[in-house]
Design a protein around this ligand. Structure first.
Ligand SMILES: [Zn+2]
Length: 486
């Protein structure tokens, strides 16, 4: 996500879920397999226990003439990780009209809390069994992350939450799955999604678009964008398709478009091979009257508002490695994505402009932060619920990574980044595992360094703040203990 994003809270009404053909009953929640939540410290009800999703097959109909109204038919393929008498999915709002498990209508379906859809299958599901839950639903989307666009179209994007605004999901980064989108819209509209496009078909004044992301994806990285897009195609240096889509009025800049393959090659030189088989940009124009839509690293095809330029392109594409291919264990791990994405922008300037990051980036960050205790007080790991994407992860976080690089040297630093990507490709890992890996690769005891920078709430002491070549920075620039508040 782009830095300096402000959190926005909205009351989410829970739509009544009454439909013909299925029985809705109240089912008590419990901690056994089949309950709500995977135990995230910040979002205890996110995700669900007892199964692991392997693929989402999401079908939606959307007509921009009827904003926010969506008809969905989603099949979630999963493997039971325990014996399941029932299971939860996360979905906000909508009328749920039918639920089947492996083709048999569910015995009972109910709604609980803000986003729990509780399904009792006709027969219990045995541990390790593969199963498919199909949910048909319709109504106005009420979830965070569904945005109407200036031209009348719509998109879904948002971190930490957006998926439950348009399909039932196991909505937690720890459950990654491949993703198939089939979306039908009136003729004249175009749908863009993650990954590679499939066949487009037309029928009775409608057009159906298909998109496939075969690599595992977090639910918050899935997207749909519907608009009268201008679509421009190119290729990465390895021949993978690049698809750039622009809402009417968005800034089409062929120069930045041409830069994208170069940015991806540059990032691959620092982090290891690009993890996905397609790339591009979805450049939307938000409806100014409702809310701004932050740029987001939607998988393989980041979403930008208005236009994309080198800084945002580098940041969002660096996330394809940090955050997308290697995902969080839970929402305490924000630094494992944002610290790297933001530092990647500095690496790009270092390469492109020959910037001296010690004298440029690092000194200017020190100057602006030296008298600002607010800058230092956020912990980079476990910053607290509601601060999971705090601005400190970007600013203090990118300084921390530069200081780490100067502590361990370039070989160990970039060696750690590549090893991290290789070891956890398409998986999940926590920030604490990164700390351990950096110590292992460098052969240095980094306990003091990480305690000061990551868990500390004040300016790190000099040996951690100004290691290696940073030691030559004018001490007048380096902060002592902060004395003023802003
Ligand atoms: Zn970001």
């Amino acid at each position: 996500m782009t830095p300096h994003w402000k959190h926005r809270h909205r009351i989410t009404p829970v739509a009544a879920a009454v439909a013909a053909g299925i029985v809705f009953t109240a089912v008590p929640a419990s901690a056994v397999p089949g309950g709500p939540g995977v135990g995230d410290p910040y979002f205890p009800d996110d995700g669900n226990s007892g199964y692991d999703v392997s693929q989402y097959d999401v079908h939606v109909h959307y007509d921009p003439a009827r904003p926010r109204y969506l008809e969905g038919d989603t099949t979630v393929q999963a493997v039971a990780t325990g014996d399941l008498d029932r299971l939860h999915l996360d979905l906000e709002g909508f009328q749920v009209t039918a639920v089947t498990v492996d083709g048999t209508p569910a015995r009972a379906v109910s709604r609980e809390g803000a986003h729990e859809l509780v399904v009792t299958p006709a027969k219990p599901i045995a541990k390790n069994a593969k199963f498919a839950v199909r949910v048909r639903y319709s109504g106005e989307t009420v979830g965070k992350g569904w945005h109407t666009l200036k031209n009348g179209g719509a998109n879904a994007s948002g971190e930490p939450h957006s998926a439950t605004a348009w399909y039932p999901a196991n909505d937690h980064p720890s459950d990654k799955a491949s993703f198939r989108l089939t979306a039908t819209v009136p003729d004249g509209w175009t749908v863009i999604g993650n990954g590679r496009p499939g066949a487009t078909t037309t029928k009775q004044g409608t057009k159906t678009f298909r998109w496939y992301e075969d690599r595992p994806m977090d639910t918050y990285l899935s997207t749909i964008a519907i608009d009268k897009f201008t679509v421009r195609n190119s290729k990465l240096s390895d021949g993978s398709p690049v698809i750039n889509a622009y809402s009417p009025g968005a800034d089409i800049d062929p120069k930045n478009e041409a830069l994208l393959p170069e940015v991806i090659d540059f990032l691959a030189s620092k982090f290891g091979p690009y993890p996905f088989s397609s790339a591009g940009a979805i450049v939307i124009m938000g409806d100014d009257d409702t809310e701004t839509i932050p740029a987001l690293e939607t998988q393989s095809r980041p979403t930008y508002q208005g236009g994309f330029f080198d800084t945002s392109m580098v940041h969002e594409n660096a996330h394809q490695w940090f955050g997308n291919s290697v995902s969080f264990s839970d929402w305490r791990d924000g630094c494992a994505a944002e610290c790297f994405a933001q530092y990647a922008v500095q690496l790009w300037y270092e390469k492109k402009d020959g910037s001296d990051l010690d004298k440029g980036f690092y000194v200017s960050m020190l100057e602006s932060s030296k008298a600002d205790p607010e800058f230092w007080k956020t912990k980079l790991y476990d910053p607290g619920q509601g601060r999971e994407l705090d601005v400190a992860l970007y600013d203090k976080g990118s300084m921390m990574l530069h200081a780490l690089r100067r502590t361990v040297g370039d070989d160990a630093f970039f060696g750690t980044l590549k090893r991290w990507q290789r070891d956890h490709r398409y998986g999940n890992a926590s920030w604490r595992q990164f700390e351990a890996l950096a110590g292992k690769v460098s052969g240095k005891d980094l306990t003091g360094f990480f305690t000061a920078w990551v868990d500390g709430t004040t300016v790190p002491e000099k040996k951690y703040l100004l290691p290696g070549s940073l030691g030559s920075i004018d001490p007048g620039v380096a902060p002592g203990r902060p004395t003023q508040s802003r």
